[in-house]
Design a protein around this ligand. Structure first.
Ligand code: ZN
Length: 310
């Protein structure tokens, strides 16, 4: 067996879909496939699909002359990585699912369970836009906002598996209600969903965050106002992040990063305005797109493998 024959079975489970791949130890994807999560079926059925897909991928690897050496699974919500338990997830419906042990039993492979944004940050910090930075804050902005603080290639998990919830930093005490039950969280003001919602509320017409960004550029005052408010709130959140972590690079991922310079130019300026003695981090767009979670799940599995064999 040559090292090139080894692959990791990697799954990134989201509320609507699962991105799945066979990944080489150097981060190269040799096979990728997607499946529907269909979370409405309930958590037991979703777990069944995860195990079936993982087993199918391991079988495909062997059929192609490759050797599956580990399995990495990323899920959203609160994840206890040390125990391998999906503690809680709103959009997949997990409650204390021992997913790591279930996968290990089914596949007979060392398995790691990680949090989707944390492993996405791991991948961006080691293989993507934060490469060589050492200290990286990865912030995913989509329907929600979450972050991963990665130091020397390792993402902080937190004492309860809930580190990196930057979306629930309080930025506007009199702001709109957040899904967590409190008003004024960053996520309630500046996520892609919040931007669309705010524009609809003021204009009476529905719009996506991307449409708001487009209209802001063409000079529509209302869109400009909504976009500006979101950027200001994001800058508040990132300035707090920088005060806490003093990173070299902030990598922005998720749907909102697609706005490109329309987001990054004003956000960079607004962040600079908020920093006093803290050093300004490099602010860059994520490089791995929606593959980051899958690659990160593979990296986490390889890390676990290295620790176990030590
Ligand atoms: Zn919140």
């Amino acid at each position: 067996m040559t090292p090139g024959d080894e692959v990791v079975v990697a799954l990134d489970v989201g509320g609507t879909g699962m991105k799945c791949a066979l990944v080489r130890p150097d981060g190269a994807t040799v096979h990728a496939e997607r499946h529907a999560t269909d979370a409405a079926r309930g958590p037991e059925a979703v777990v069944g699909t995860i195990l079936d897909v993982a087993e199918g991928l391991a079988g495909k690897a062997r059929a192609d002359g490759l050797t599956p050496v580990a399995c990495g699974i990323a899920v959203p919500g609160v994840v206890d990585e040390a125990r391998g338990v999906a503690v809680w997830s709103a959009n997949v419906g997990f409650r204390d699912v021992p997913l790591r042990d279930l996968a290990r039993e089914r596949l007979g492979l060392p398995t790691a369970l990680g949090h989707d944004v944390r492993v996405g940050g791991l991948a961006e910090a080691r293989l993507g836009a934060g490469r060589d930075a050492g200290h990286v804050l990865f912030v995913a902005i989509g329907t929600g906002i979450a972050a991963a603080h990665v130091v020397d290639g390792s993402a902080a998990v937190g004492a309860h598996g809930a580190a990196g919830e930057i979306g629930h930093i309080l930025v506007r005490p009199d702001g709109p209600p957040c899904g967590c039950g409190r008003p004024g969280c960053l996520e309630a003001v500046a996520s892609a969903s919040a931007i669309g919602r705010r524009y609809a509320e003021l204009s009476g017409a529905p719009a996506t965050a991307a449409e708001v960004a487009d209209r802001a550029v063409t000079g529509e005052p209302l869109a400009g106002q909504v976009w500006r408010e979101a950027v200001e709130a994001l800058a508040d959140g990132l300035a707090t992040g920088q005060a806490l972590f003093d990173v070299a690079t902030i990598v922005i991922g998720g749907g909102l990063a697609q706005a490109g310079p329309r987001l990054f130019d004003p956000l960079r300026t607004a962040l600079r305005e908020r920093l006093t003695f803290h050093r300004e981090p490099r602010l860059v767009a994520a490089a791995l797109g929606d593959e980051a979670g899958c690659l990160g799940a593979a990296l986490l599995a390889l890390d676990t493998l290295a620790k176990e064999s030590r």
